[in-house]
Design a binder for this molecule. Structure first.
Ligand code: SF4
Length: 347
């Protein structure tokens, strides 16, 4: 199988050029063709010599993977499913699918990208968690989600909020972020990127120290023992330690941290939980996003009614915690994390 060129950082492209006997400046030409001009095949790299292109074509490919399925919601949200080589084939001989969701919104187009095939974290409310873990996506597969979709040229923002826990695949995710934000890469401001995590502590520190991207923490319950019921990761990485780490960083300027809080009826939506959240997050410049729960099959969890969500929001805001309720998008196309790939497995 040929090696994809996308997903390589400038220093990796320099190594490639050295290995293949190309001049060093070819690495910048390659980066420009891959990430700026978004070429589809090596023959399109017209300012690279024909001899060099022939050598490249023998061992490498651009590496853009076309979507296998595209579903468009009535609200314009589009869900893409891609085959991946980073996981063993299914019993029926087909590739497992990973997903990306494009969410248009007035002057924005945000891509929600996947970082793993399935996930090992096992959160009780998540369809991806149900599929278990089958592999880490490569940086090439992560970037291909950006480069292969119809809206590639008009994307303004990205959230690492699709399938998988991005900080559990930090080597590849950090490469993708480097390529997205480098001047030789996509040239995006880090403010256009948000990484969402359940709080994998050692890599969270790496992310905070080495990038300037925004952060979203999936919290869902302020009380460790209760959070553990929903999220097994709590046993290894305690949310109180995650918040203590965040309090060592400055979020009063350009960089933002938010907390994702899915509202489960009778589980985490009481006054006690609102007070607990206020207490835990006191002293941290942050905001809270309340999320209605998309019901998943064979789970007793239900979303909280709208009036309870509104009450919860009002309580947090009254206590000085900036809180919004996130609008649901693409419900008709199963846009919640892992829903489409899960559906494909069932089929
Ligand atoms: Fe994994 Fe995120 Fe789903 Fe938890 S919510 S199982 S971390 S994909």
């Amino acid at each position: 199988m040929k090696e994809p060129l996308i997903g390589k950082t400038l220093s990796e492209l320099e190594l490639l050029c050295e290995r293949e006997g190309f001049a060093k400046y070819v690495s910048r030409q390659l980066a420009s063709w891959l990430y700026d001009k978004r070429v589809q095949d090596i023959d399109g790299m017209s300012n690279i010599s024909k001899a060099a292109r022939e050598i490249l074509k023998e061992k490498y490919c651009v590496g853009i993977i076309a979507p296998e399925q595209v579903i468009t919601s009535v609200d314009g949200t589009k869900k893409y499913a891609f085959p991946t080589d980073s996981a063993p084939l299914l019993e029926n001989g087909r590739h497992r699918l990973i997903e990306a969701v494009m969410i248009p919104d007035e002057d924005r187009a945000t891509l929600c990208v996947s970082s793993q095939v399935g996930c090992k974290m096992g959160c009780k409310f998540c369809m991806t968690g149900r599929q278990h873990f089958h592999g880490n996506l490569t940086a090439a597969e992560i970037l291909s989600q950006f480069l292969s979709i119809d809206e590639s040229a008009v994307l303004t923002n990205a959230v690492f909020m699709g399938m998988g826990e991005p900080l559990d695949n930090w080597p590849e995710v950090s490469k993708a972020i480097e390529i997205l934000t480098a001047d030789w890469g996509f040239g995006w401001s880090p403010k256009r990127i948000t990484l969402s995590t359940i709080g994998v502590l050692p890599n969270l520190k790496q992310f905070l120290d080495n990038t300037k991207c925004h952060l979203a923490i999936s919290i869902h319950n302020p009380f460790p023992a209760e959070r553990l019921e929903l999220m097994p990761v709590q046993k290894k990485y305690d949310i109180t330690e995650v918040v203590a780490l965040l309090k060592q960083y400055d979020f009063s300027g350009q960089r933002r941290v938010s907390f994702e809080y899915t509202m489960f009826s009778g589980v985490n939506d009481t006054k006690r939980h609102a007070d607990g959240l206020v207490h835990l997050l006191r002293g941290l410049e942050c905001r809270v996003n309340l999320i209605r729960f998309h019901k998943i099959p064979d789970s007793p969890l239900e979303t909280s009614p709208d009036e309870i969500i509104e009450l919860f929001r009002a309580r947090l805001n009254a206590a000085g915690l900036l809180t919004t309720v996130r609008a649901s998008r693409g419900e008709d196309i199963l846009a919640a994390c892992g829903m489409l790939a899960g559906k494909n497995l069932e089929n």
